[in-house]
Design a protein around this ligand. Structure first.
Ligand code: ADP
Ligand code: MG
Length: 426
């Protein structure tokens, strides 16, 4: 295709030049090539499906994991003013949704979640349209190797096959080769038919450090002394909600900093308020679980500290990648006390529910909540034809993977060579 992409970028978006990886990806998309684009957060991945609207005919369907992300993207397109965008998700009332489904053809961009897309009427309505571009944002969520596995992403394979889009675009910031391969496998896409565009994740402005301490109490006092000197804003990651909450309270009381805890157990309104306060610098430090991060677009985070060993290198790279997006120096610090790798929270995936319990849940005699924090995942499998025995095997495999990932992280902690090299080449 002989198209002046830079002219299109200037004319429609007002930017003077492409960021690394953007032009290579757009060229492939406009040539009709399915593409996996692995570009760091903030690289401008949304443009990769926004710009093709000006050069392709048909609907652009974007699947993303969080409602807030979808709404934000749809608003941006609406502000741009050239095309109409709609968000289809579970917050739209059922009867409104039926009406909406009849008018889908009026929209150039449709944003939705995997759960909504898997619903019969939604897929049926989309099948009436010509889908020019099928976009999976945060595509690493489809991989069981990835730090944010979402079983509902596994239904995207079927949705794509049903919709037969002109081009498929998979977007992610985190995909070491193993995860990249797994994404394609789970989408049933042949690797030789997919172009991969990868931009290095090296972040020269991030200072990487590991601070070994003798015991957990030493971590607490180290932080108390360190944080006031670091300035903010900053994020501290914990492997349990309880610890994140306790530490937030303690730091709030014993330092002059504004500290808040953030985890998936908080009400959505509370989470939203905390995000806003953090964005507006009313909170200096967030003590968080891994639930914090996706969709957080704050570019002046000065440090990301891990109080506990992270779940794996991919998760670690993703979490520290939130620091210093403005290009100014930032710190990625990992605290380690001997024995941290055996923290029960990290290995909780090994606590498999007994088959008898699973049978009870499947039969509807017991509420899925007895399955604990993994209830959603387990429920998903059970409703997609996986037997309790298969599920046991899957979960055993998951816990082996979890152990393997923790070993990789230990390698990072213990290495006497360059930590940056270790992260980049794992
Ligand atoms: P990602 O999804 O990769 O994290 P976004 O798509 O949210 O990144 O884009 C981050 C920001 O970069 C947005 O404000 C976007 O408008 C801006 N941006 C994208 N492409 C360019 C470009 N070529 N030049 C300047 N700014 C850009
Ligand atoms: Mg994005």
């Amino acid at each position: 295709m002989n198209l002046d992409l830079t002219a299109s970028l200037r004319q429609h978006f007002g930017f003077t030049a492409f960021r690394p990886g953007q032009e290579a990806t757009l060229t492939r998309i406009l040539n009709g090539q399915d593409t996996l684009a692995i570009l760091p957060t903030g690289a401008g991945k949304s443009l990769l499906y926004q710009l093709p609207a000006y050069h392709l005919t048909g609907t652009i369907l974007v699947i993303s994991p969080l409602i807030a992300l979808m709404q934000d993207q749809a608003d941006r397109i609406a502000r741009q003013g050239d095309y109409r965008a709609v968000v289809l998700n579970s917050t739209v009332e059922m009867h409104d949704q039926a009406a909406l489904l009849e008018t889908l053809g009026d929209y150039r961009f449709i944003f939705t979640s995997p759960e909504t897309l898997a619903r019969g009427p939604v897929l049926g309505a989309l099948r009436q349209l010509k889908i020019a571009l099928f976009v999976v944002d945060e595509a690493h969520c489809i991989s069981e190797w990835g730090p944010n596995f979402r079983p509902e992403y596994l239904t995207l394979k079927n949705a794509r096959q049903a919709l037969k889009p002109g081009v498929t675009l998979l977007l992610t910031a985190t995909a070491p080769p193993q995860i990249a391969r797994d994404i394609l496998t789970k989408m049933a896409m042949a690797p030789e038919q997919v172009a991969t565009v990868r931009q290095s994740v090296n972040r020269a402005n991030l200072f990487l450090a590991v601070h070994p301490v003798a015991d957990p109490l030493a971590k607490q006092h180290y932080l108390q002394a360190l944080l006031p000197r670091l300035g903010g804003p900053g994020v501290i990651y914990f492997s349990s909600r309880k610890q994140a909450t306790m530490m937030a309270n303690w730091l709030e009381q014993t330092t002059s900093l504004q500290v808040a805890a953030y985890h998936a157990g908080l009400e959505p309104v509370v989470r939203y308020r905390l995000q806003t306060q953090f964005m507006q610098n009313q909170v200096d430090v967030i003590c968080a679980t891994s639930a914090f991060g996706m969709g957080i677009d704050k570019n002046d985070i000065r440090y990301v500290i891990h109080y506990h060993i992270p779940a794996g290198l991919a998760a670690y790279t993703q979490e520290i990648g939130r620091a210093g997006r403005d290009g100014q120096p930032a710190l990625a610090l990992l605290l380690y006390a001997p024995g941290d790798e055996s923290l029960p929270e990290l290995l909780s995936q090994t606590e498999l529910p007994a088959p008898a319990v699973l049978e009870e849940v499947m039969a509807g005699r017991v509420a899925p909540t007895v399955l604990g924090p993994k209830a959603d995942v387990i429920n998903f499998y059970l409703h997609h034809g996986v037997t309790p025995q298969q599920l046991q095997q899957l979960m055993a495999q998951q816990s082996r993977l979890a152990q393997q990932r923790i070993n990789e992280m230990l390698g990072y902690v213990m290495t006497t060579a360059c930590r940056r090299q270790y992260l980049l080449h794992a």
